[in-house]
Design a protein around this ligand. Structure first.
Ligand code: SF4
Length: 356
């Protein structure tokens, strides 16, 4: 039995108030002539302090730290309970961790060596000074506390690393591990990223996720209010869901005390169980224009304070089976922004606590 409807709105009233105050302020600006109709339409500043039509994480980091901050990916050699047999062997149907490993993560390198190599690579490429060590592949809290300390602290020892982002499953945390992250968060910028993928148990079962929505809720409840930033990850386009259910996902995640969200379209990566299913019995995937409109509709329903870390999935073309749109993620992202602009719309336009 799925559980979203059983839970009350969280933080909704506060953000509804922010949205109402902001709209009222815009009307006042128009009436006072401090903002022309053209400015009102094209150059306004949204509640997150930029003119971008959604609350982008990249802008937030720049505002918070006063400069660009870059994630440096670390592969610390973890596995996952859905792969090593504790919960399952096959993994989630869409999972292929090799499809997003950067060139500086080579087998046999320690965390310290990866951080050093990654920072050198990214400094040459982007001219950045500050970094977040991003423990990304597999489940990065799936080890003893002693092992986690050893790995995370190797990364934090680098003078240019200001914090951690830890990607994991909601069934791989407990009070002891969260208390440790809380301790780190007093000194560093710490984010934990819980893959959700979908709030519908029918979808979680279809992708063989091996945990339910309730488990994700429990992990978020355990983490919230402890100085640790919470990121969620959802996928749009599962053939198990209607378009309306996908849009409802925006309202569901808005109820929870998450700080950041990654959304991406369902794509089929070679070498996965999903690829096998797709090749045997192709299922519908969102078309390009369909996804752009879906993402814009989703953003309109999302709580405005949630910062978006990603709007679209990205896989190297050599790993990608479908859909093959032939466009880079940044181009797709611009098209989603252009769709919001075309509608004169923005993140949270249709968010209200009562809708949730
Ligand atoms: S997506 Fe994450 S949880 Fe699922 S099999 Fe892959 S590493 Fe494990």
């Amino acid at each position: 039995m799925n559980s979203p409807e059983r839970f009350p709105a969280s933080g909704g009233l506060k953000w509804q108030k922010v949205a109402v105050n902001w709209r009222a302020k815009q009307v006042i600006y128009l009436v006072e002539g401090r903002m022309t109709a053209r400015d009102f339409q094209n150059k306004r500043t949204f509640p997150w302090g930029t003119s971008r039509r959604y609350n982008a994480y990249v802008d937030y980091l720049r505002q918070r730290f006063g400069e660009r901050v870059q994630k440096v990916i670390v592969d610390a050699g973890f596995t996952c309970p859905n792969r090593d047999g504790r919960k399952g062997y096959g993994g989630c149907a869409y999972c292929n961790n090799d499809s997003f490993k950067p060139p500086y993560c080579r087998p046999g390198m320690s965390v310290k060596e990866q951080v050093e190599a990654g920072i050198e690579f990214l400094t040459r490429r982007y001219k950045v000074n500050r970094f977040i060590a991003y423990f990304q592949p597999y489940s990065n809290t799936y080890a003893s506390l002693e092992r986690l300390r050893e790995l995370y602290e190797q990364a934090l020892a680098h003078p240019q690393v200001i914090g951690l982002a830890v990607g994991t499953r909601s069934d791989c945390v407990d009070e002891e591990k969260i208390a440790y992250l809380q301790e780190l968060a007093r000194e560093y910028y710490v984010t934990i990223e819980y893959g959700l993928e979908s709030p519908y148990d029918k979808t979680l079962q279809w992708i063989n996720r091996q945990h339910d929505f309730r488990n994700w809720e429990e992990a978020v409840a355990l983490t919230a209010g402890r100085g640790i930033h919470i990121c969620a990850h959802v996928i749009l386009g599962f053939p198990t869901e209607t378009r309306e259910e996908m849009l409802q996902t925006a309202k569901i995640v808005s109820r929870y005390p998450i700080d950041y969200l990654k959304i991406h379209h369902l794509h089929v990566v070679r070498g996965t169980v999903l690829a096998k299913w797709y090749q045997e019995h192709p299922f519908p995937l969102p078309g390009y224009r369909e996804y752009v409109e879906l993402a814009a509709d989703f953003l309109e329903r999302l709580r405005p304070d949630i910062k978006l870390q990603r709007l679209v999935g990205e896989t190297h073309p050599r790993h990608l089976l479908a859909p093959r749109w032939g466009l880079r993620a940044d181009v797709i992202q611009r098209h989603i922004e252009a769709e919001l602009q075309r509608r004169q719309s923005y993140q949270g336009k249709h968010f209200t606590a009562s809708q949730n």
